[in-house]
Design a protein around this ligand. Structure first.
Ligand SMILES: Nc1ncnc2c1ncn2[C@@H]1O[C@H](COP(=O)(O)OP(=O)(O)OP(=O)(O)O)[C@@H](O)[C@H]1O
Ligand SMILES: [Mg+2]
Length: 429
């Protein structure tokens, strides 16, 4: 609701250019009525016409002050008009008094109910101010006062009725506007979804193509590697340079093979073949080779396995891959400095399902907030020799197990991952 001084926010009143025409006709009509020759009256009517024509621009230019200024101007002009049209009789009796409906209706159009009431009071006060000169020269009887009161009541009645209609109109147009905005937003979301679908389709096609390509690259790589090793054997004693170069070929081919295998792991459709197993067993099995091949700083492994854990349905090969990836990442994060790797396995409930949670926490540098958002997306890596597929493979495998993987809240130091393997529905009840 607007206040006395400020129009309601959506107080843009409906305005059409042609509406000015009846206005001008109305003012012209007043101009030719008696007292016809009073040029003051003609001038005031002219100014009222100008204010009326300029009103839309005034309000557009000063959305807050414009309406106030218009109403004030109209009250002043109406008061002046009355002054120049009531000379023969007490001014207050001027038959032009309905001109006060103009400021009252204008206020009703721009403001809320309270402000409309207030502006109507100001208008009535302006009109009643003619009581003072009138009482000096004439005496007004009870019937005169009641006639005046009736006129003023009508100001209020018209103001309130018009304001009610306008407020309802404003509310309706606000709700339409809100609806239109919602529709635009929905359209935008739909467009985004379309674009996203097209993008995923392109990516899927590209994925299939590259998976085929990767598969085909494997065989020649094997041959190159075998040939390099043969060359190495044959030339090692005679030509040290050839031996060194064939060594490079072998090691680079190894790197390429690892990359291709990783990519194929990622692109291959997964099919988890589960059977009830002890999670800690798979975890230990994954930990061993990573520990053995680790050449960085010393890592202390701390185990906190809950006793009597239930067996959960697992695909042992896929889950080993999960734990290898996570433990490998943890070792790589701790790097040359080494640190502590904490492995926790507990039975718990998540989303109304019972299951087993594995937590893998390291004491490395942790994961930056920007990276946390995208760490499970493919090809996100900060490592020079990384592919950035490890965690996306892990999350695919966890989906296949109907479980989840989550980043644990950033601890004081290090990174932590939680993995949940649910028990079958019947067993978890
Ligand atoms: N334990 C961790 N501590 C700190 N950062 C980590 C940890 N685990 C993952 N990250 C960050 O997440 C990124 C993505 O990990 P992800 O395993 O998916 O790929 P990668 O290890 O870089 O490459 P690869 O495909 O060879 O595994 C890493 O590059 C690293 O920046
Ligand atoms: Mg990794």
């Amino acid at each position: 609701m607007g206040t006395f001084a400020s129009p309601t926010r959506s107080a843009t009143r409906p305005h059409s250019k042609w509406l000015d025409v009846p206005w001008l006709v109305f003012l012209l009509g007043l101009a030719v009525l008696p007292p016809f020759l009073d040029w003051h009256k003609q001038l005031i009517l002219l100014v009222i016409g100008v204010v009326q024509l300029a009103e839309a621009r005034l309000v557009a230019h000063w959305p807050r002050r414009g309406p106030i200024l218009t109403v004030v101007l109209k009250i002043l002009l109406a008061t002046l008009l009355i002054d120049h049209t009531g000379e023969m009789i007490p001014t207050i009796n001027s038959s032009y008094y309905p001109i006060y409906f103009v400021p009252v209706i204008t206020a009703a159009l721009y403001f809320g109910p309270a402000a409309t009431l207030l502006w109507t009071m100001v208008t009535s006060a302006a009109y009643s101010s003619y009581l003072y000169p009138a009482l000096k020269e004439y005496s007004i009887d009870a019937a005169g006062y009641s006639a005046l009161a009736i006129r003023i009541f009508f100001f209020f009645l018209v103001g309130m009725v018009v304001n009610r209609v306008v407020v309802a109109y404003r509310e309706q147009s606000n709700s339409y506007q809100h609806l239109a905005e919602q529709l635009t937003e929905t359209n935008r979301a739909l467009e985004r979804a379309h674009a996203e679908t097209r993008r995923s389709e392109r990516l899927a096609a590209l994925g299939q193509l590259t998976a085929g390509l990767a598969h085909e690259i494997r065989n020649p790589l094997g041959i190159i590697k075998g040939s390099a090793e043969m060359l190495n054997q044959k030339l090692a004693s005679a030509n040290p340079l050839a031996a060194e170069l064939s060594g490079y070929i072998s090691s680079e081919v190894n790197r390429l093979s690892a990359l291709v295998s990783r990519f194929l792991d990622f692109a291959r459709p997964l099919q988890a073949e589960t059977r009830p197993m002890d999670v800690t067993e798979v975890l230990e099995k994954a930990l061993r080779p990573v520990e053995e091949q680790w050449h960085g700083g010393k890592v202390m492994v701390v185990r906190a396995y809950q006793k009597d854990l239930p067996q959960v349905p697992l695909d042992a090969t896929l889950c080993e891959q999960v734990f290898v990836n996570l433990v490998q990442n943890a070792f790589e994060a701790m790097g040359e400095e080494g640190g502590t790797l904490r492995l926790e396995v507990t039975e718990r409930e998540s989303d109304n399902r019972r299951g087993v949670e594995v937590r893998i926490q390291d004491s490395g540098p942790g994961i930056s907030p920007e990276l946390r958002e995208q760490i499970f997306n493919p090809f996100v890596t900060t490592k020079t020799a990384g592919v950035g597929l490890g965690l996306s493979i892990v999350s695919q495998i966890m989906d296949e197990h109907h479980g989840w993987i989550r980043l644990l809240d950033a601890d004081v130091r290090g990174a932590g991952f939680g993995l949940f393997f649910p028990l079958p529905k019947a067993a978890s009840n």
